[in-house]
Design a protein around this ligand. Structure first.
Ligand code: MTE
Length: 337
């Protein structure tokens, strides 16, 4: 991890992550000694290396999906893919591993993603309950996108799935639908991070404006690197909106809701740090670090952060007032964009 890395959480994380995990490791070692080999963390530590890259679902009829070469990586950007194992080893998924990115895969052993249901409801004419067959029935394609976490690590990843607009069209939103909210799985018996972090507003929810959700870049993602999504990447269904910070890309979705009013989202509990729009913008510093530069995940190689992550040709028109000159960091009490 580069020296410059600083934890996402400040005041909200009562237990620093190192302490949290050392304590867990200590407790699980003790409990193993006593006999309770059923502890999540005991079992987690026994996960074999092969678990890290093993898709939890098999769909040979869908994967690998044909790559859509129409979506090139942003110009001037390094063009090679991030190694699959690197992307699968350093993930953000607080339900399993709170406090920042890390080896989520080690803690996802108990997570069950098949069967799965996604409720589609709210302000739409065609409410639906989708199962895995319904989700995989959408015509799939692969797109290589540049991805950027608010913590500053970045990667180039081939995601498979379909434009979210296809699902939205099927649901037939009413004119009153102005926002789309995504609710993600909350399964404390399968997600060890949930059990330790009652101070967070679970379940993890994110939302987009309907025009953002309908944008051609926004994907409903079911696969990565030519195979079904790994648990640590958000199996079986997540969102990728590549011009927004990673936290606007919710994982393991169980509900998609059309709303008339802008909802509160998970990270807005720290409103001066994480706004609703959260477009990637080098001019808007995080209150505790600059966003002007990014680094390739797993390396110490830094590069300038492009505005909208390099996808301005698709999305700049949605945000005529996006700041184009360096801004002052916000203070507590202010509200981020
Ligand atoms: N979705 C859920 N349900 N829970 C999370 O903690 N973290 C977000 C996002 N989606 C998160 C989530 C953050 S902060 C990032 S950077 C991306 O997932 C990381 O995606 P990746 O681990 O597949 O690279």
């Amino acid at each position: 991890m580069p020296k410059q890395f600083r934890a996402r959480i400040s005041s909200l994380e009562p237990t620093p992550r190192e302490v949290f995990f050392n304590r867990r490791k200590f407790l699980s070692t003790v409990s193993m000694g006593i006999a309770a080999a059923s502890s999540q963390f005991c079992r987690a530590s026994q996960l074999g290396e092969d678990e890290r890259l093993k898709p939890p679902i098999q769909r040979p009829d869908v994967f690998p999906a044909t790559r859509n070469a129409g979506y090139a990586l942003p110009e001037g950007m390094r063009a090679d893919l991030t190694p699959r194992v690197t992307a699968a080893s350093y993930n953000n998924f607080y339900e399993f591993l709170p406090g920042g990115a890390g080896p989520v895969w080690k803690y996802a052993g108990d997570f069950k993603v098949d069967p799965w249901k996604v409720e589609v409801d709210g302000q739409c004419n065609n409410r639906m309950t989708l199962d895995l067959d319904d989700i995989f029935a959408f015509p799939h394609e692969e797109r290589v996108y540049h991805f950027r976490c608010v913590e500053r690590w970045a990667m180039n990843v081939p995601w498979s799935g379909f434009p979210l607009s296809k699902l939205i069209e099927k649901a037939d939103p009413k004119p009153s639908a102005k926002f789309v909210r995504f609710t993600t799985a909350r399964k404390p018996n399968q997600m060890p991070g949930l059990r330790e972090t009652s101070y967070y507003p679970w379940p993890y929810q994110e939302a987009l404006r309907i025009d953002e959700a309908m944008n051609e870049l926004t994907m409903a993602v079911t696969g990565v690197y030519g195979e079904p999504l790994l648990k640590q990447h958000g199996a079986p269904l997540r969102i990728i909106a590549p011009w927004k910070y990673g936290y606007k890309n919710p994982k393991s979705i169980v509900r998609i809701e059309f709303l008339s009013k802008q909802p509160k989202t998970f990270w807005m509990i720290q409103p001066h740090e994480y706004g609703f729009l959260s477009n990637i913008n080098p001019n808007i510093p995080h209150p505790r670090w600059s966003q002007a530069r990014s680094y390739w995940v797993g390396t110490d190689q830094w590069f300038p952060t492009p505005i909208f992550n390099g996808y301005g040709e698709y999305v700049a028109g949605l945000y005529p007032d996006e700041p184009r000159t360096p801004q002052e960091p916000l203070r507590s009490g202010q509200v981020a964009r």
